[in-house]
Every structure is written in structure tokens, then in C-alpha cells.
Design a protein around this ligand. Structure first.
Ligand SMILES: *[C@@H]1O[C@H](CO)[C@@H](O)[C@H](O)[C@H]1NC(C)=O
Ligand SMILES: *[C@@H]1O[C@H](CO)[C@@H](O)[C@H](O)[C@H]1NC(C)=O
Ligand SMILES: *[C@@H]1O[C@H](CO)[C@@H](O)[C@H](O)[C@H]1NC(C)=O
Length: 132
């Protein structure tokens, strides 16, 4: 086991997946983690996948409340799954989720939904950066 550290710094919706989906996957994930940023509860998306909220999650940093804020989408299209897109995390400083994973290649998928989120920030000025 080693620890995959993901450093994230951005001002928008972030969701993380270490996963591969599809009926005949060319890659079978040994670690499969779905995180819904900014959510304090677990939820299921319309496609049936189960997402863990990152509030109080074992993957989240202890000082999460000090360096980031949970926000909610002000608008969500009718066909858009509430999980995971209705919540997001605005990160103000270097931020790390920590995932214990097995050795080997991993896929990291970030989910974004372009809308305004509570907090009154200007999305035109948002950005993100990821280091693995
Ligand atoms: C969410 O699910 C995880 C397991 O996937 C569990 O450890 C955690 O306690 C659950 N959180 C809530 C708020 O129910
Ligand atoms: C969060 O900030 C408060 C106030 O500055 C500080 O007392 C507290 O220790 C911080 N918490 C963590 C986990 O860093
Ligand atoms: C948002 O930021 C852009 C770029 O800095 C600026 O042009 C625009 O006026 C800002 N919008 C608001 C509502 O502040």
C-alpha cells in the first residue's frame, strides 16, 4: 500500500474518481472511490453510482473547514444528476485528499458542472491545478 496524495487548488466544482466505467472495461480498477465534494451526506447518482460526501470523510484533510468551503449549485439543469453536481468545494489554499491505494496505474477523473455556486465568487476568475 502506498498513499496517493492529490493536491488540488481551484475555485470550482471538483469531484474525484479512481475508476473505470463501461460494460466491458479494458481496465479493472483495484481501487474505486467516488467523492462528492462539498457534500455532508452519501448519495447515489442517476446512473446508480454511490458517492461519499467529503465532509467528515476519512479522505479529507483535518483542516478542510479552514482552507475550503462547501457550496451548492444555484442552478442545475433538469437532466443533470443532483449527485454529484449539486455541491462543490471552493478551495482557497493547497488542499490534499489522501487516498490509500494499491500499487499500479490509477485513473483520476474530475467532474465539473458549469454553473454558479453559492458564495458569490466570480467563475470567470476561477482556476484549478492538480499535482499527483
Ligand atoms: C458514507 O459511506 C461511507 C462508506 O462508503 C461510510 O464510511 C460513511 O460513514 C458514510 N457517511 C455518512 C454520512 O453516512
Ligand atoms: C482552524 O483555524 C482555527 C482558527 O485559526 C484554529 O484554531 C484551528 O486549529 C484550525 N484547525 C485546523 C484543523 O487546522
Ligand atoms: C468577473 O471577472 C471578470 C474577469 O476579471 C470581469 O471582467 C467581470 O466583470 C467580473 N464579473 C463580475 C460580476 O464581477
Amino acid at each position: 500500500m502506498f498513499t496517493l496524495l492529490v493536491y488540488l487548488c481551484f475555485l470550482f466544482n471538483l469531484l474525484l474518481v479512481i475508476a473505470s466505467t463501461g460494460s466491458t472495461p479494458p481496465y479493472t480498477p483495484t481501487d474505486y472511490i467516488l467523492i462528492s465534494c462539498g457534500s455532508s451526506s452519501n448519495s447515489t447518482s442517476v446512473d446508480g453510482r454511490k458517492w461519499d460526501g467529503d465532509v467528515g470523510s476519512k479522505f479529507s484533510p483535518n483542516d478542510m473547514a479552514n482552507i475550503s468551503s462547501a457550496v451548492t449549485a444555484t442552478e442545475l439543469g433538469p437532466s443533470v444528476s443532483r449527485a454529484p453536481f449539486s455541491s462543490a468545494r471552493i478551495i482557497r489554499s493547497q488542499f490534499s485528499y489522501t487516498f490509500p491505494v494499491s500499487l499500479g496505474k490509477k485513473f483520476l477523473r474530475l467532474y465539473f458542472y458549469p454553473t454558479s455556486y453559492s458564495g458569490g465568487l466570480n467563475t470567470t476568475e476561477s482556476f484549478f491545478n492538480v499535482n499527483g
